[in-house]
Design a binder for this molecule. Structure first.
Ligand code: AMP
Ligand code: ZN
Length: 466
């Protein structure tokens, strides 16, 4: 078995063959940094982190170039700055840092490149100039627009016929568009908005800024090249974002037939009940707040519990089950921690599952089988099974803690942090001294529910997680 990936562009699962095995390239559309990402936004970085790890395993760590961008110029950021009074740069730096920390807590490797849109304005302008030159773009009322009708390939990724797109109600009508399907490459900035001067010859005056789609096309070209192997993102980005990226990038070439990406991968939605988790619906929970209660690995495990193209419903039960499953793995890793560390090949069942379009639920089942084998084997077989379990788990970015740290970590005791437990115990002592037994009992019950075991002794109260 070799790696097979479902390519949205062809609508088929295909064997993955990089154009150059010494430089395998992957780009994943990253966050717009104006507030906290939600846990649905964390699905692409976690899923594509598994792919990054699988590719590194196959082609070597240095051969895979993975870029995940930050959109740090956007109307939503401008609005956040106007509302809070904080400069744009302060907001984008703050939320980019938080994003990086949170994604690291979810066990994602740092991408090879993390380009920021504002660092690539000249490359965006070069693309616009090329599109104007080739007749794929036009200037109108200080905007530059991409002419969708000028590109035959438009709609091929999302499988939407051009006429449907043009008739589509989702397309914004604006006086500066010759056709409602046309989209903005460059737009004017007001005096209090960030902007850059347009090159001469565009037919626009004053300061302006790029449209969102243009940013990704330019960052891909600058950091990875004209044609990349893999382009990823959530399924909502297929249209219009990725369709527009393709149109801009392909048409900027003299020949117009240089593909932007060879394999297009899209993850399904993370849902709350029946609805997609999204800021606009207000049904979000953020990794930032979840990490106060749960270990990052629990969130990662939960995100990988469904196949990446399937919907995933986010519930407390999912989190509790993920935590329990990980506890069972760590219990065995703890019991077998005295076994010698030996180097083993990746176990076939886990590799086969991951190579089958990243079938993580199947890979997790294979991990369970390995764990059972490690428990029941003896002697050298047990050493082998334990090493295979660790190797396979780590390939998926799991089992990265030491077992004893795992059992003391956040969430290990129903989510109570050490300081909270200690504060509760102190409050219980004070309550008892004040003969407020009702409060003391309440705290005892709360700690018991969180699986905290404590004992009153001569030297005070000691506690541990159960
Ligand atoms: P956005 O900030 O909306 O541009 O989203 C950033 C990334 O998260 C994109 O790849 C989206 O497709 C993805 N995304 C947004 N919402 C969800 C969701 N509920 N489930 C899965 N992926 C999502
Ligand atoms: Zn993008």
């Amino acid at each position: 078995m070799t790696l097979h990936l479902f390519n949205t562009y062809s609508g088929k699962k295909e064997p993955f063959e990089p154009a150059n095995p010494n430089r395998v390239t992957m780009y994943v559309c990253g966050p717009t940094v104006y507030s906290y990402a939600h846990i649905g936004n964390a699905r692409p970085p976690v899923v594509f982190d598994v792919l990054f790890r699988v590719l590194r395993e196959q082609y070597g760590g240095d051969a895979v170039v993975y870029a995940r961008n930050f959109t740090d110029i956007d109307d939503k950021i401008i609005r956040a700055s106007q509302e809070s009074g904080d400069p744009i740069r302060v907001i984008t730096e703050k939320f980019a840092d938080i994003y990086r920390d949170d994604m690291a807590a979810l066990g994602t490797l740092t991408p090879t490149k993390e380009p920021r849109a504002t660092e690539h304005i000249p490359e965006m302008q070069d693309l616009v100039s090329a599109l104007l030159k080739h007749g794929h773009a036009y200037a109108e009322q200080n905007h530059v627009l991409f002419s969708v009708r000028s590109f035959d390939g438009y709609g091929r990724l999302s499988k939407l016929p051009q006429d449907d797109i043009i008739a589509g109600a989702r397309v914004e009508v604006a006086p500066y568009k010759r056709d409602p399907a046309d989209f903005v490459l460059w737009k004017p900035s007001a005096d209090d908005e960030p902007g850059w001067g347009a090159p001469e010859g565009w037919g626009v005056s004053g300061r302006g800024r790029p449209g969102w789609h243009l940013e990704c096309s330019a960052m891909i070209r600058a950091g990875l090249g004209d044609t990349i192997d893999i382009h990823g993102g959530g399924q909502d980005l297929r249209f219009p974002h990725h369709e527009n990226e393709i149109a801009q990038s392909c048409c900027a070439h003299d020949t117009g037939d240089v593909p932007l990406a060879r394999y297009w991968l899209h993850n399904g939605f993370l849902n709350m009940g029946k609805d997609k988790m999204s800021k606009s619906l207000g049904n979000i929970v953020t990794p930032h707040e979840l990490l106060e209660t749960w270990q990052g690995e629990v969130l990662r495990f939960a995100l990988l519990s469904a196949h990446y193209r399937q919907p995933l419903e986010w519930t407390d039960t999912l989190l509790e089950q993920s935590k329990r499953q990980l506890d069972r793995f760590y219990r065995v890793l703890s019991d077998l921690s005295d076994l010698p560390d030996v180097t083993v090949a990746l176990p076939g069942a886990v590799l086969t599952a991951l190579q089958d379009d990243l079938n993580t639920p199947e890979a997790i089942s294979a991990l369970h089988a390995l764990r059972d084998r490690a428990v029941s084997a003896a002697g050298p077989d047990q050493v082998q099974a334990n090493a295979e379990l660790l190797t396979a788990g780590r390939l998926m970015g799991l089992f990265l803690s030491e077992p004893e740290i795992w059992f003391k970590g956040a969430g290990a005791g129903g989510g109570l942090a050490d300081e909270v437990i200690e504060a509760l115990l102190k409050e219980r002592t004070t309550a008892r001294q004040a003969k407020n037994y009702a409060r003391a009992d309440e705290i005892r019950d709360e700690l018991a529910a969180a699986n905290i075991i404590f004992e009153d002794g001569a030297a005070g109260t000691t506690w541990r997680r159960g």
